[in-house]
Write a protein that binds this ligand. Sequence first.
Ligand code: C5P
Length: 206
Amino acid sequence: MLIAVDGPLASGKGTIARALAAHFSLPHMDTGTLYRAVAVEMLEAGENPRDAEAAEARARALDPSAIDEKKIRTAGAGVAASIVSAHPGVRRALLKLQQDFARQPGGAVMDGRDIGTVIAPEAEVKLYVTASEEARAWRRQAELVNRGEMIEFDQVLAQLKERDARDAARSAAPLTRAPDAVELDTTEMTIDEAVRAAIAIVDERR
Ligand code: C5P
């Protein structure tokens, strides 16, 4: 069983995908880590994330086993990731890695922006996780502060709007709900409620 979980940032899709993977004993890939890792490598090398050629070269050479979780989770890495992910060459370079993961025999859970639309349109279950802008900004701020990054709510909200706009407007695999995806709005839900709702959706569809 392949489960695709897509949605905008801080919608709860990562938490839901991890919980589904644990519940159904499936391997999980958070595909945002790949774009974040490319972005961090570029920033560290003094390259501009808008440089499509340099970004594609970094993506082609990416070693997913060497990704440093701590470095890629900063707000700056998220903003830079949304810039590098708009380059079609970067998306092409990261396609095979993601499709190989999607096609492993036992199934998988993958979360990102384009799993149900581009990476694995054949997924048995597709979830499109959303929440209001405000709710997502509060969650992202709490997450960053928990990681020790002090950042104002207004700045988080502004970055969120900027990243949403970039993810939705890009020509290569824009963030959009697959026609056969089930939408899960988590605005008014606790984590537990959202996870239970997601498990129920998967149980119904598989
Ligand atoms: O989900 P996360 O915030 O970690 O993703 C970072 C950035 O990577 C997103 O803003 C998005 O631009 C990009 N991304 C993408 N396609 C995916 C996953 C992430 O374009 N499948």
